[in-house]
Write a protein that binds this ligand. Structure first.
Ligand code: SF4
Length: 87
């Protein structure tokens, strides 16, 4: 029978390899959280749709920006991500 260490058989080398792989992955996750989507990717248009428009969306940042979509965002615009602004 093999003699297992207190780590349940996981070697120090395995732990170090896992840690080295986790650091770049965390960096990618952080970058993804900050990246905005391209307007075309979410079918952004400068006109309202079905009575919904950016200035009524939870992601709108006055006067002309969005937390989710890159570029100039018209208050009268709309995209697939529209979510009713919290009251
Ligand atoms: S509808 Fe909302 S998520 Fe889409 S561009 Fe306008 S403010 Fe941003």
């Amino acid at each position: 029978m093999k003699n297992r260490s207190a780590t349940g058989g996981i070697s120090r080398r395995t732990v170090l390899i896992a840690a080295a792989g986790a650091v770049p992955a965390l960096g990618l996750m952080t970058g993804a959280a900050e990246a905005k989507l391209a307007p075309a990717a979410v079918k952004y248009q400068a006109e309202p749709k079905d009575g919904k428009q950016c200035d009524g969306c939870n992601f709108f940042v006055a006067p002309n920006a969005c937390k989710q979509v890159d570029g100039d965002i018209a208050p009268t615009g709309w995209c697939l991500l529209w979510v009713k602004k919290a009251a």
